[in-house]
Design a protein around this ligand. Structure first.
Ligand code: GCO
Length: 255
């Protein structure tokens, strides 16, 4: 059974993995045997993340590029083609948050959130899937959703629209790529202790709301998402497709 979860011999690209949830997923997949490619927008953040995981004995590559820029993404995949680095697992994790009421939200800020949180999954997913299909060995695509893939709260409208789109893009990917033995699924994290959520964690009222809204009565930790990512990246989920698995302490299961 344990070999079902073994990622030895696989290469995983995780976007937005220089810190936060993405970095925890990178460590988790590396612990399961994968070679992992760290991505971020800046070399100054990618390099230390690569060094940290390498110092822990893992097989790590890194590349700084903008996942919202089609030219940058194509150049990254060309470089991996030339180096004969075949990506078997893609985790579309890159994301930003921008909290403002919709009536005050500027179009540029709306577009930036949609581009980073949703469009990047299309741009990077397309490049990865083309190669997985051409190689004929199947593959795994894991998109990072959110509680806001299912429900909304005020002031995070662009993020919510993007994360709702992630749920349906995941299903579209499964519909088109399933015949090539590529499983596309999503993970829906609950409220997780990350830098992005620090303003919320530090807000006593919001903190109390999070703790009272899920049966686990606490915030999740980034490392608590790694097991689900390894499962979806491995042979253990070979007949799981188009799903979103919520790792939310039970938030969406209770009234
Ligand atoms: C917010 C948070 C959430 C969480 C997460 C919940 O402002 O409400 O940023 O969006 O990050 O997505 O699942």
């Amino acid at each position: 059974m344990s070999s079902l979860f073994d990622l030895t011999g696989r290469t995983a690209l995780i976007t937005g993995s220089a810190r936060g949830i993405g970095f925890s997923l990178a460590r988790g997949l590396a612990q399961a045997g994968a070679r992992v490619i760290i991505n971020g927008t800046r070399e100054e953040t990618v390099a230390p993340a690569v060094a940290t995981l390498k110092s822990e004995g893992f097989d790590i590559l890194g590349r700084a590029f903008d996942v919202t820029n089609e030219t940058d993404v194509a150049a990254a995949f060309k470089a991996w083609d030339d180096a004969e680095v075949a990506i078997d697992i893609l985790i579309n994790n890159a994301g930003i948050q921008f909290r403002k009421p919709l009536v005050e939200l500027g179009l540029a800020d709306w577009q930036r959130v949609i581009d980073t949180n949703l469009t990047s999954a299309f741009i990077v997913g397309k490049e990865a899937a083309r190669r997985m299909i051409a190689r004929g060995n199947g593959g795994k695509v894991i998109n990072i959703g959110s509680l806001t893939s299912e429900g909304a709260r005020p002031t995070v409208g662009a993020y919510t629209a993007a994360k709702g789109g992630i749920k349906m893009l995941t299903r579209a990917m499964s519909a088109e790529w399933g015949p090539f033995d590529i499983q596309a699924n999503a993970i829906g994290p609950g409220y997780i202790l990350t830098d992005m959520n620090k303003p919320l964690i530090d807000d006593a009222r919001f903190d109390a709301w999070v703790k009272s809204s899920n049966p686990s009565q606490r915030w999740g930790k980034p490392d608590e998402l790694a097991g689900t990512a390894v499962y979806l990246a491995s042979a253990a989920s070979s007949y799981v497709n188009g799903q979103i698995i919520f790792v939310d302490g039970g938030w969406l299961s209770v009234l």
